[in-house]
Design a protein around this ligand. Structure first.
Ligand SMILES: Nc1nc2c(ncn2[C@@H]2O[C@H](COP(=O)(O)OP(=O)(O)OP(=O)(O)O)[C@@H](O)[C@H]2O)c(=O)[nH]1
Ligand SMILES: [Mg+2]
Length: 199
């Protein structure tokens, strides 16, 4: 696929025939805003707010001690994957208290990329069950933080209780090539599932 990550095109190309809405989801501080920012060819829309001391007892900042802002609504970005296909990326907060927001954000989404962190894999269950409740297919991308343990794929699959067909990849949300690979794994899975359904 011809990625145009380097492009700073403001407008969608005339050749584009398909636009797809995808969700970028995951628990607190797993790298959602970072990934949307890495992949977006337009200046991403962000809704970051400074966290208060009180928030640290609700959202565990252990994995990202320097973090002092959090997304309070959504992230939004756009990525032209090839001449004909544009992806709209919607980053959605994963905490259960944001469930009402999901009802709108998830509408029309073809699928979701779930970001996970090997230091707290169990924190991903809330978001995966929300997706399952909504019948949204997903792929999982482990965002490999510095110093986080790296486990064999089979162990991560077992810990997350993934179906055999659910794609699992490792990425660095700050890095365009590996983030693009993660998104391509999701898109290929969604296209294959859609083909199977229409066969
Ligand atoms: N080392 C490393 N740091 C990362 C990576 N991805 C994100 N970070 C850092 O981790 C912190 C959290 O990233 P965010 O992108 O804000 O995470 P988020 O999931 O959007 O967080 P919330 O919206 O608050 O839930 C930031 O300080 C990022 O710079 C990564 O792949 N590696
Ligand atoms: Mg965020």
């Amino acid at each position: 696929m011809d990625s145009v990550l380097a492009s700073d095109d403001l407008y969608v190309r005339e050749t584009v025939r398909t636009t797809v809405k995808l969700l970028i989801v995951g628990h607190f501080a797993v790298g959602k805003t970072t990934l949307v920012g890495t992949l977006s060819e337009i200046r991403p829309l962000r809704t970051e707010e400074t966290m208060t001391q009180a928030a640290s007892s609700v959202d565990d900042p252990a994995g990202a001690p320097a973090k002092n802002t959090t997304t309070v609504a959504m992230d939004f970005g756009r990525m032209t994957l090839n001449d004909r296909l544009v992806l709209y990326l919607f980053g959605a907060p994963g905490q259960r208290r944001f469930t009402p927001l999901w009802h709108d954000l998830a509408r029309g989404a073809l699928g979701a990329l779930v970001l996970a962190d090997t230091r707290r894999l169990e924190h991903s269950f809330d978001v995966m069950s929300l997706l399952e409740e909504k019948g949204i297919r997903y792929a999982v991308a482990v965002n490999q933080f510095d110093g986080a343990p790296s486990f064999p794929e089979a162990e991560v699959r077992e810990a997350l209780d993934l179906l055999p067909e659910t794609p699992l990849v490792v990425c660095d949300a700050r890095e365009p090539v590996s983030s693009t690979r993660a998104l391509i794994a999701l898109v290929q899975y969604l296209l294959a599932s859609t083909d199977q359904e229409s066969a």
